[in-house]
Structures are given as C-alpha cells and as structure tokens.
Write a protein that binds this ligand. Sequence first.
Ligand code: ZN
Length: 572
Amino acid sequence: MRNTRSSRTTKPARHHLELPAPAPLKKGALRVTPLGGLGEIGRNMTVFEHEGKLLIVDCGVLFPEENQPGIDVILPDFSAIRSRLADVVGIVLTHGHEDHIGGVPYLLRERADIPIIASKLTLAFITAKLEEHRIKPKTRQVVEGDRIDAGPFDLEFLAVSHSIPDGLAVAIRTAAGLVLHTGDFKMDQFPLDRRTTDLPGFARLGDEGVDLFLVDSTNAEVPGFMIAEEDLAPAIDQVFRTAPRRIVVSSFASHVHRIQQILDAAERHGRKVAFVGRSMVRNMGIAADLGYLRIPDGVVVEMKTLEKLPATDIVLICTGSQGEPMAALSRMANKDHVIDIGPGDTVLLASSLIPGNENAIYRIINAFTRWGANVVHKGNAKVHVSGHASAGELAYCYNILRPTAVLPVHGEWRHLTANAAIAMRTGIDEKQVFVIEDGVSIDLVAGRSRVSGRVAADHILVDGTTMGVATEAALTDRRVLAEEGAITVLAIMEHSSGRLTEPLEFFSRGFVEEAGWEKTATKAIEDALRTASNASSRGRDDVETLITRTLGQWLARRHRRNPVITTIVVEE
Ligand SMILES: [Zn+2]
C-alpha cells in the first residue's frame, strides 16, 4: 500500500511536446484550453468550448521583465479564438486583479459586445478601466450562490477569499460533466469582510462529482497554512505606534482590505491619510462608494490639506510596491517626487514580492534606507500575507472536492508541479493530473479528461498602442542596443564606378571604444570593398550589406563588440 502511494507522488505526466491541433470537438464534449497563466504568474485566460460555443474565464495581462525593455504589458494570444469571436457567449472574470482583467480592453477591441459576467466590485473595476479605453461593456452582474446560463454553459458562482474583495470561483456544468475553476483563492478563516471561501459549497460540488478541477497553484510550494489578514493588525499597529514622523504605505491599488487596515490604524493613532496615484485614488473611490471600504470619519484628506499637517499626523498610501519605475514609490526613492522622504520617515511595504520584481524592490528599500527612512516590509515584520492558498489549504480542497481530474493553473512550472504533487498525494490518479502548457487543450468526455491537442499561445507584446507588433526580434535589437550601442556608417558612392568618393563617416550612440577606432575600421572596410570583385556592377544595397558585415566582423574580432550597425550609402 505504501509503495502505491509513493509511486503516485512521483512526477506528473507532462503533455507539452509537439502536439497537433485538436480535432473538431465531438458533440457532448467540453474542451478546456488555457491560453495564459500556465508557466507564468500573469495573463490568466482559459477558453471553454461546448456545442459550438465558447466561454472565456479571465483575460489578464503579464507584466514584462527587466530583459523586455520598452514593453508595457504582455497579453494572451487571441489567435486561436479570433475567427470564432462570434461564438463567445461571455467572459467570466473571477476577480478584479490586472492579471485576470487587464487583457479585456484588448479583447473587446476585437468584439466590443462580449458580455462580461462578474461580481459587483470586479465589474466596477473593469468598467472604470474600459472607460479609459472608451469602451462601454455589456455586463451581467452575479453574486455568490447565483446559477445562470450562458449559452450551453450552466454557471454557478461560489465565494472565494483572496487579496481583493468579491472574488468568485465558477462551477461550469455541461453535458460533458462538472468543472470547477477556483480563480485565485485562499482559505483565510477570518477575512476582514467575514466572506470566507465557500467550503460547504465545495463539499456539495464534491458530492455531486467534480470531473475536472482547475486550481490556483501560486503558493503550492509554501507549506502549511496562511495566517489571517486580521493577524497583521498588531504589526501594523506597532508601526503606527513607533513611527516618529510621516508614514508612507505602499500596497496594490486593489488590496481593499489591507488599505482598510491602514485606515483603521490611522484612526486609532489620530493620523490623517491621503491617497497618492491615479489608480489608488480611483479604486479606493470605487470601493468606498460600493461599501467595500469603510473610510472612518475625517481620516482621508486631500493631499494639499495633508501637506500642512505636522509630520507626526501624516500617512500617505501609494502604489508602486513592485518597484514599478513610474509609480509614486519609485519616484520618492529616486527623489523625483514632491514628497521628500528623509530621516525619521517610515516606509511600510504592505505587499508581496512578486517573482521577477526582487531587484527593483530591493533597490527601493536600499534607497529609502540611504535617505534615513525606516523601511518595514514582509522580510522584517508581519505586514503582509499572501492571497493564495498554501499547500495545506490546497490539500484540504482536494479532500473536500475529491475531483476526478486536476489541472493546476496560475503558476510557474515549479508551482504547477508542486500543486500536482499535492493532488496526487491526496489519491488522485496521476494520469488525471495535467501539468500542461498554455495552448494545450484538454477534452472532457463523459467525465473523463484527456489531452487533445495544442493551439498557438504565444506572448503578445504590447508597446504603447501597438499590440503584437513588437516581436522577440525587436526585443533582441533593444537588448543589443542597451548593451552595445549603435553605429551608423555614412558612405558617399559614385554611381557609375561604385567607388567611394568621400571618407566614411561614423556616428555612434552608446558605443564605447578608444579614440581612433574609426580610422582602422575605415581601412578594413576599404580593403573589403577593393577585394570584392567588379565594383561597378554592385548596387547600393550590396555595398550597404558589405560595409555592415565587414564592420560587424571587424568589431567582433578586434574589439569583441557587437553593436547594432546601420549603413547608409548615398549615390552621386
Ligand atoms: Zn488575484
């Protein structure tokens, strides 16, 4: 018996090799295709297909890494559904985080009237975002406990607790079986709003028989259980009790409960609060109007009122907890903001440290420390708890739901694999635990799941207003430009003879070399032009190519340099 158990906890099957496109879907079957969120934290999107109709769950963005210069966000690849947008019966948004809703404006650009199905707060956040894109969406508000039809999909919504209020899991019933998608969730038993993850609902679905379970993997590697949001109060109180001057708090602009805790602490300690940054001001306005945020009387004031108060009365709440360079917090750290942080000020980073952002965040912590501020963060005080279920909580979920098949979602490879291992440890058949990549589809037929094929699921890069125009090749150029600089060579050529009539001119940006390199480079290029046979039959393009190639090879050989080279030949 023990042996059987340990063999189950070995590696899950991986279905990410060269798979063909899936065959047309059989009648009565359900196809599940994640287009984003697998192998990465971000751009979550899953497509469900049944009886010729499509249902989308979430449509988020991924934020670029340091090696993707100039990219604003990264989207899921819509190409697999582009020709079938007319068949989409709705987009379910599980909650209002950017990695779940940020891609919606781009999808609605392609078909504006896809109904958005979500809870009240999620709809308010996405509607405000779409307003900035001048899109007025078709919406359908739901609340936990609701059961609605969207085309052939029978949807039931269940409350989940997360780091933003009003999150929902969605149960999808079709003739093929019952699927449960958790969205992002944790099992905080004492959330500020007392709206816990609906475990009785999960148990009821478990009794009915969950055929396929899509489950948040973010914290699958973290053992045990999360502490409750309200258990952060003593550490936050401690900061307010001991801070000698101003307090600057940074958090996600959607973390309503964390900001509630800051407002409550400010009230207890007689301080006033101003919100800084467009998204923070907008979201907290929405949350307060809809009753998700309680603003104690007189605690929140305008920035200009706050500035006149003594430093001991001041609290600022701003965005930028992930080190985003344009956000208020980074600009304060760089002394590029009206708020000048100095000795005696306290900076409270009440937020997570998303993988990939570590360098930027530590740069900020170091900068504030250098200016004399006291920086309080999750590394030195209990001021943050994650919004995602950890390993212990996931195990409970599996045991409550007892699903037939499991598809870990929302995570990097290590998170998906750790989540799969927990599923198998609770006894789920390893052949029914799917660690797959974006674009790989799973078909559910009569309660049985299997991998059915693969569609395109590339990273679509957004740069400014263009979507999918910037490519990996362009990013490679940008990285080379950043590391090596650029050289432009200008040559004047006699049309009839193909001979250069003036000395070559070199213009460089960001390219660093000892003075005089141009002279030796000119000689190498002239030699190459001479050696190349029959100069007069060469066109301008050939000469440009030859100069670029010769200079590139010469710089690589002589100076170990590889700048971007552009040659312009002007004919006389
Ligand atoms: Zn989330």
